[in-house]
Ligand binder design. Structure first.
Ligand SMILES: Cc1cc2nc3c(=O)[nH]c(=O)nc-3n(C[C@H](O)[C@H](O)[C@H](O)COP(=O)(O)OP(=O)(O)OC[C@H]3O[C@@H](n4cnc5c(N)ncnc54)[C@H](O)[C@@H]3O)c2cc1C
Length: 368
């Protein structure tokens, strides 16, 4: 009989195991641990962010605040430093490793009790927990579900955490792909013709504003600003300012619109085509033409959907945190714990999801 069984050898499970040191067994169905860590941040793993607040998360405000309080970005950076894990601010406020292997190698060296190639199929509770696996039953006093979300199945993602939660009477907030590109309706088919074009824009959704790159794609639109918007978008409209204050650029009366606006030429040509406006000299622009061009400042569109779980960095929704204590323990079943992405807390782009995985694991460690 084990004291603690951890289900999932990803970010949250590995960190918890490292903190516990002994009296646990970590079960992972992949042949290797940390598949998402390996590919994350373009192989450099964007581990955390200089700016951290509950506002960077979609989830219960009080719960998120409490969990981050005990292990915030500063505590995380300190832990990394203490363990000789060097990170750099490669993008504004975002910390990365030179290679995600540095973190993986740390876990490979320090987390001893791992059983890979072991798929958890379900759990029963009698006097203790009985974990059903493809390698037989394992008994434990406590079980930690660290099995993550359902996005990127090819990396080992599964819905086992949600199934276990449901079996023990937990509510699951509807799962949806997040940090993912958006597909478009007929009116925005023109986005697809611009596949590969990327530039800075302001994207607004549900009172959230992202000033980052957008990227047109053969499926619709993506890029950091759109990935972030996808976290907060469920249905309805998204607004994009492709360019702000366009009048300031249209000053030379003898030059054409496309030579004045600081946007990729291919984009402007297509946009003018969509609003049915000739690429004329500024001096010939009528008030009505200006009004049409104003759409550049505030383009509203209703996405058709997303690129789906297979392209989503994370899964939003999950185990309802109103049924989980600050010790990460189920309020319904004593000895059953949930950490990481399986919970209904999802971070924006920028290292916030690893921060959540580590913060939630630390909270459990504190109170286990
Ligand atoms: C392509 C990509 C890039 C990303 N980049 C970043 C980034 O740069 N920064 C950031 O903050 N976040 C990033 N994320 C998100 C981040 O990886 C996750 O939010 C984080 O790994 C969640 O940690 P977790 O421990 O909850 O789950 P995971 O890390 O997903 O770990 C869950 C583990 O459980 C295992 N498992 C699942 N089912 C079973 C089962 N039945 N039996 C046994 N084991 C099972 C899985 O194989 C996996 O190893 C990225 C995600 C993707 C897909």
């Amino acid at each position: 009989m084990y004291d603690v069984i951890i289900i999932g050898g990803g970010a949250s499970g590995l960190f918890l195991a490292d903190l516990l040191k002994t009296n646990y067994l970590l079960l992972e169905h992949n042949h290797q641990i940390g598949a998402k860590i390996k590919v994350s941040g373009g192989g450099k793993c964007n581990i955390t962010n200089k700016i951290l607040s509950f506002k960077n998360y979609r989830g219960d405000e009080k719960f998120v605040k409490e969990i981050l309080k005990n292990f915030d970005n500063k505590a995380f950076l300190k832990w990394l430093k203490n363990n000789n894990l060097k990170v750099k601010e490669l993008k504004k406020n975002q910390y990365f490793f030179d290679s995600s292997d540095e973190l993986l190698n740390y876990f490979k060296k320090n987390v001893k009790n791992i059983q890979t190639d072991t798929e958890v199929l379900g759990i029963e509770k009698k006097e203790c927990f009985i974990i059903k696996t493809n390698k037989g039953d394992i008994k434990a006093k406590k079980v930690v579900i660290a099995s993550g979300g359902v996005s990127f199945k090819k990396l080992g993602a599964s819905d086992i955490g949600y199934k276990i939660a449901e079996k023990f009477g937990h509510n699951i907030v509807t799962l949806k792909p997040a940090l993912v590109g958006l597909t478009v309706q007929k009116q925005e088919e023109w986005f697809k013709k611009l596949s590969g074009i990327s530039f800075m824009a302001e994207v607004r959704v549900n009172n959230k504003i992202f000033n980052q790159n957008i990227l047109f794609s053969h499926r619709g639109i993506t890029g950091p600003a759109i990935l972030n918007a996808s976290l907060w978008w469920d249905k309805g409209f998204i607004e994009i300012s492709f360019l702000k204050n366009i009048k300031q650029y249209l000053k030379n009366p003898n030059r054409q619109i496309s030579t004045q606006l600081p946007l990729p030429k291919r984009f402007i040509k297509e946009f003018l085509n969509v609003i049915n406006l000739e690429d004329k000299k500024v001096k010939y622009l009528t008030k009505n033409d200006f009004d049409k061009l104003k759409l550049l400042e505030n383009y509203r569109f209703a996405p058709a959907g997303t690129f789906g779980f297979e392209r989503a960095e994370v899964t939003k929704g999950g185990v309802d945190v109103s049924e989980i204590g600050f010790d990460m323990q189920s309020k319904k079943v004593k000895g059953l714990y949930f950490i990481g992405e399986v919970l209904d807390v999802t971070g924006e782009l920028g290292g916030y999801n690893f921060q959540w995985a580590f913060s939630s694991a630390f909270n459990l460690f504190l109170r286990l």
